[in-house]
Ligand binder design. Structure first.
Ligand code: ATR
Length: 260
C-alpha cells in the first residue's frame, strides 16, 4: 500500500488523513495516511526516513513549512514565492521536491466553491506572516483590482508588499488608516482565528457585498467571522474549503487524479 503522512506539531486534530482517504475512495485507491508529530530536532530525520522507507508523499503543517522549504532539492514556482512548502514528494532521481498548494487551494475555494471571482476585486489581507506569504502570489495571478495588506507590526506589511509588488497591485496600509476604505474581500490571515483574540477593525471596511474569509477554521465561527456578520458582511466563511482544496491539489500532485 502506498504510504502518505502529514507532519506537524500539534498534529492530533489534523483532518488531512480523513480528507485524503475520502479522495482515495473516489478512485478506489488504497493508501495509508498517517499523522506524525515532530519536533524541530527530529523533523529532518523523520522526512528523510519516511522517503527512505518507501513513503510517497508528505504534507507539512505548522510549524515546519519553512524548515521543509530549506530541505527541498527542487521547489515549484509557487513554493519559491511563498518561501514555504506544504507538499513533498520524490522525483524519479529521488530528489525531494516541494510545492505549496495553500494559495491555489484558497483561490479554488473562492472561484469554484464560492463562485467568487477575484478579478477586479478590492482585497484587504490582515496579517503578514507565513500564511499571507503563501496566498498573495496565487491571488495576484487572478488579477484583483488591488490588494491592501495590513498588520499589527506594520513593517512586516511593508516588507511583504515590497516582496510581491512586481507581480501586481499590492500595497501596505496601517490599521489606523483603514477608516472607511471599503473592500470586496477581506481575508483574516492572522493567527487570531485559532487563538480567539480579536482584531482592531473598523466596520467602515465592510459593505453589503463584502465576503469575509478567515483562513483559520474550527468547529465554531471565528471571532473575525462573528465580527464581520455583526457588521453587515454579505458572507463569511472559515478556511475549511481552502483546507480541502489545498489537499485536492496535493492529491493531484501525488496521484495525477483530480478529486471532487
Ligand atoms: P502564520 O504562519 O499563521 O502566518 P506567523 O507567521 O507567526 O503565523 O504570523 C502570524 C500573523 O498573525 C502575524 O501577521 C501576526 O502579527 P504580527 O506580525 O504583528 O505579530 C498576526 N497576529 C497574531 N496575533 C495577533 C493579534 N493578537 N492581533 C493582531 N495580529 C496578530
Amino acid at each position: 500500500m502506498k504510504k502518505f503522512a502529514v507532519i506537524g506539531n500539534p498534529i492530533k486534530h489534523s483532518l488531512s488523513p480523513i480528507i485524503h482517504q475520502n479522495f482515495a475512495k473516489q478512485f478506489k485507491i488504497k493508501l495509508e495516511y498517517q499523522k506524525i508529530l515532530a519536533t524541530d530536532d527530529n523533523f529532518k530525520k523523520i522526512v528523510t526516513d519516511f522517503f527512505k522507507n518507501g513513503g510517497v508523499g508528505l504534507n507539512i503543517t505548522v510549524p515546519f513549512k519553512f524548515i521543509a522549504f530549506n530541505l527541498c532539492d527542487i521547489l515549484s514556482d509557487r513554493a519559491n514565492m511563498a518561501g514555504s512548502v506544504n507538499t513533498l514528494y520524490l522525483d524519479k532521481n529521488n530528489k525531494i521536491c516541494g510545492d505549496n498548494t495553500d494559495g491555489a487551494g484558497l483561490v479554488n475555494d473562492l472561484e469554484q466553491n464560492l463562485n467568487y471571482k477575484i478579478k477586479n476585486k478590492k482585497i484587504l489581507i490582515y496579517g503578514a506572516g507565513g500564511a499571507t506569504a503563501g496566498i498573495i502570489y496565487p491571488i495576484l495571478q487572478n488579477l484583483p483590482k488591488n490588494i491592501d495588506i495590513t498588520n499589527r507590526t506594520i513593517k512586516k506589511a511593508y516588507d511583504m508588499a515590497e516582496r510581491f509588488n512586481k507581480f501586481g497591485n499590492i500595497q501596505a496600509i496601517s490599521i489606523d488608516k483603514l477608516n472607511n476604505n471599503c473592500y470586496d474581500l477581506i481575508i483574516n490571515a492572522t493567527s487570531t482565528g485559532l487563538s480567539g483574540e480579536t482584531l482592531p477593525l473598523t466596520s467602515g471596511i465592510i459593505h453589503n457585498t463584502t465576503l469575509c474569509y478567515d483562513l483559520a477554521y474550527s468547529k465554531k465561527p471565528t471571532n473575525f467571522m462573528l465580527w464581520a456578520d455583526k457588521n453587515g458582511a454579505n458572507k463569511t466563511t472559515d478556511g475549511k474549503g481552502m483546507l480541502k482544496e489545498q489537499a485536492a491539489i496535493s492529491f493531484y500532485i501525488w496521484h495525477h487524479k483530480k478529486p471532487i
